[in-house]
Design a protein around this ligand. Structure first.
Ligand code: NDP
Ligand code: OXD
Length: 310
């Protein structure tokens, strides 16, 4: 019987995922890894932020499935084996991301925070109409999540452009690609939405130079990874007024430390890495379908390119 082993940073999560995968794959034996356990000869692993010790122990793996979209943590582990690494593709996260971005866009552009304050004072005071043209949105990263977010934001009526590594001739969006076109992308962007993977090329990309190239009154929505942002540069841009607001879901250190200035900054909204939560049913369906395909010797989607890092 094929063995699948689950490993996460928490024993409780590991057991939940083990139960869910076992229910979906009665033909396999699904195990829950715990620190100090013996090697199990598992063929497949399903993991989220496991410790390196997991890969030191489980040395017979033929493929590793990430229980999320981003693989930056896994790729940093020295003992990650050189076998196919597969990540979740959308799996119900793209609509959550679109909802998060549209909610925050509407809140910021249409003054819903002001209406909240007005309600507390029983003040009836309509603000002027919003012109979407004044809020051009730029989505960095046009992959499974970014392309869905860009299309959803465009459907609400905002002008949207996207930036990726390679050209997108027929995407129906205004698109830019590569370092050479980053400047043109930024100079037409007022609301910057980050959905890049964290790789050596993209680490620290949201820095003083990038922020200074956005349109005046810029807004930054970071829903990818904290490592994309140079926090001191973003705080300086917020304090100088170059950036009028930041919506941050991911941080260089998570949980965000209690003393961090983002918590109390009047121009910052913090959420605890929830812009898209991995949905158990969708994730288990995607992983079990892929394991079955691998067992039949068929090709599978979601394989990470170890050279580009995503
Ligand atoms: P994909 O791999 O599908 O897409 C990545 C996109 O980024 C591609 O369009 C790619 O370009 C582009 N890209 C990569 N490197 C560069 C670069 N150097 N310059 C320009 N563009 C680049 O990823 P997903 O859409 O599935 O996920 C994106 C990220 O979202 C994840 O890596 C993860 O970090 C984050 N995430 C956050 C969550 C949260 O709750 N906050 C939940 C889920 C994901 P190209 O198309 O040309 O290859
Ligand atoms: C992911 C995440 O990458 O939840 O899936 O951050």
């Amino acid at each position: 019987m094929v063995k699948v082993i689950v490993a996460t940073a928490s024993t409780a999560d590991t057991r939940c995922w083990r139960d869910a995968i076992q229910a979906a794959m009665p033909e396999c034996e699904v195990l829950a890894w715990e620190p100090g356990a013996e090697e199990t000869s598992a063929r497949y692993a399903a993991v989220w932020s496991p410790p390196d010790a997991f890969f030191q122990t489980e040395t017979k793996l033929q493929a590793v499935f990430n229980l999320g979209a981003g693989v930056d943590h896994l790729l940093s582990l020295p003992s990650l084996p050189a076998v196919p690494l597969l990540r979740l593709e959308d799996a119900g996260m793209a609509p959550q991301m679109a909802e998060y971005v549209i909610y925050n866009l509407a809140r910021l552009t249409r003054g819903f925070d002001t209406y909240d304050a007005q309600q507390r004072r029983a003040s009836w005071n309509p603000l002027s109409a919003v012109h979407h043209a004044d809020w051009p949105v730029g989505v960095m990263g046009l992959g499974k999540l970014g392309s869905h977010v860009a299309a959803a934001v465009a459907a609400v009526g905002y002008p949207v452009a996207g930036w990726a590594r390679s050209p997108r001739p027929s995407s129906g969006l205004v698109t830019f690609h590569g370092k050479n076109q980053l400047g043109d992308f930024l100079s037409r962007t007022r609301v910057l939405v980050n959905l890049l993977p964290l790789t050596p090329e993209t680490a620290g990309i949201i820095n003083a130079d990038l922020l200074s190239r956005l349109r005046p009154g810029a807004v930054v929505i970071n829903i990818a990874r904290g490592g994309h942002v140079v926090d001191t540069d973003l705080l300086a841009a917020l304090d100088s007024g170059n950036v009028q607001a930041a919506v941050l879901d991911v941080f260089n250190q998570e949980p965000l430390p209690a003393h961090h200035p983002y918590w109390s900054h009047p121009k910052v909204r913090v959420t605890p890495h929830v812009s898209a939560i991995t949905l158990e049913e969708d994730a288990v369906r995607q992983i079990s379908e892929r394991i079955r395909k691998l067992e039949r010797g068929e090709p599978v989607g979601g394989v990470v390119d170890r050279v580009t890092g995503y």
